[in-house]
Every structure is written in C-alpha cells, then in structure tokens.
Design a protein around this ligand. Sequence first.
Ligand SMILES: C[S@@+](CC[C@H](N)C(=O)[O-])C[C@H]1O[C@@H](n2cnc3c(N)ncnc32)[C@H](O)[C@@H]1O
Length: 307
Amino acid sequence: MKKNDDSKTCVAESNEQLIASGDYNRISPTAKLIAYTRQFSDIPFAKEIANITNSQEVLQKLITGSDQKSITEQLHFFSIFAESRYKSTMSTIKRFNIKQVLEFASGLSFRGPIMSDDIDSYVETDLPGIMDIKFDIISKIPEIKKQLEKGNVFFHTANALVYEEIEKTLIHFNPNMHIGIVHEGLLMYLTMKEKEIMAQNCRKLLDKFGGVWITPDLRTKVEMEKLNKYPSGIENIKVLTGRDFNKNCFESDEEIVEFYYNLGFDAKYVPQVDGSYEITCSKNLNIPTEFLNELLPKFRIWTLLLR
Ligand SMILES: C[S@@+](CC[C@H](N)C(=O)[O-])C[C@H]1O[C@@H](n2cnc3c(N)ncnc32)[C@H](O)[C@@H]1O
C-alpha cells in the first residue's frame, strides 16, 4: 500500500488491493453446482440450464465422499438448500412489493426472466465469465429469449464489491422508486472485510433509491452444521474456490445483527419456508421426510433496512 497522508485515500487503496487480489472467478464454478441441483425442482428452465452447462462435471468434482450414502445425502442437502433459498428470495421480493430488483452474483439462475411479469425492471449481475455462459444459455433457450422481449430484464457484469461497476447498472431504475437488492450464494464465500465493503455498496444504493436488501446468505455455524458432516465436499469447495465457508460464517444471530447495525442496517430474519411454495426436489429425488424436516427449519431469509 502506498504511504499517503490522507487516511481516506489510504483506506480506499487498501480496499482496491484487497478486491484486486480476491480472485472471485474461482467462486464462479459453484454456480454450476447449484444449477445441477436445481434441475430436480420445478424452477423454470432449470433442467435445460443444467444440461447446457454440463453442470454434472462440476458436481462430480465437488460432491465426493467415502461412500454412496454420503454422496447422496450431499446431493439432497444442496438440492433442498438451492431450491428453498431461490423460492424464498422470490417470495420475499413479492412480500415487499418490490418492482425494481438489482441482483448480485445471479449465477445461472435467471430469476429476472422468470419474474418479468411481476416487476418493472430486473437487473441480473455477475462476473464476466458467468455472464458469457448466461448469454450462451439465452441463445439456446427460446423461452428465455421470449421473456426478454418485454425489455424489462437486463444483464450486466459487475463485481458486488466494486461500486463503480454497480453504478453502471442503475440506468435501468426509476430514481423515484424503491429497489430490492438481492443475492443468494455469495456472502458465505466472502471474508468479513469483503462483507463490509459490499454492505457499504448496498448502503449507498439504498440511500439513493430507498428499499430493502434481501438475502438468505447470512449464515451461522448452526445452519452449516449438517453440511459439515460431509468434510470431503466442504474441502473440495474450499480447494476449488480458495474460500472457507466455515471461517466466513457468523458465530451467532447476535453477531450478524451487530455487524450490520454497525454498518447502518437493521437486519431481521424469518424462516425461508413461508407456506407460499413447495420443495419439489424432495419428491423427485425421494428425499427422506426426516432429512427434509431436520434441514428446512434451519434456513432463514434476511431483510436489511437502513436504520
Ligand atoms: C454459489 S454461486 C450462486 C449463483 C446464483 N446466485 C445461484 O444461486 O444460482 C456464486 C456466484 O457468485 C459469483 N461471484 C463470486 N464473487 C463475486 C463478486 N465479487 N461479485 C459478483 N459476483 C460474484 C460467482 O460468479 C457465482 O456465480
């Protein structure tokens, strides 16, 4: 870091250096793991997306274990996890009556086209490598292309930690209307310092537009307990991404609330399952009811409002 008398410049430089060394592209293949598991749900386009992206290859690299039972349980875990958080994020957007959505790290999920009848503007963002895959998917699935004809869904590359990149996407929003900032499957990869930088970006956005920040990503160690029973899967993700889920989790709900309070937010959660959706992968994969019932109540969705 360059020595500088101006402490603000010094802090800005150090954040830039941290982001420059973040190697976030290494996280991108996990989008394929999630795409693979979503094919067992009734989420639109999920099966086609899983096929087009050869997501099975990533699954085979990431989900390993000493026996078939452990591999099957991990597939069950990720399938429930991915379907529930996806549907819960969507249901929360509707509950808050949000008509303009900015999604970070949208991966291969395509919630924008799926919600295009319910919203005025939806902007999906992710890193460049994933956006290229998204454009390839759009060219191969005519139903997605059709949804895009309405002209209210947009795709941009943006690192969620870089405000200048996010700012370029704001042309799609009416400045007189609230926005919903959403993301799923991102924060568990980010360190506390990176979470702080991202929160500062979200704060700037909510200062400008008003609205709400919605995410299932604020996880404590308790929520990850079940996954930790499969150490080889966790280790594979760590090696692939260079990121440690366990280190990046919060210790407790109190820690989450305090962390975001200090950054200017009131953070609250409700259970993901709110009666508005079904977990359909459980039937398609014959997941034992006890497994589902043990897991689902642990998942929550958080909403953060400026305080
Ligand atoms: C587990 S995937 C989740 C994708 C998608 N939200 C879903 O649920 O299918 C994690 C995503 O985070 C993206 N990502 C990682 N670091 C990022 C960053 N700094 N800014 C924006 N996106 C990022 C990756 O490219 C990847 O698509």
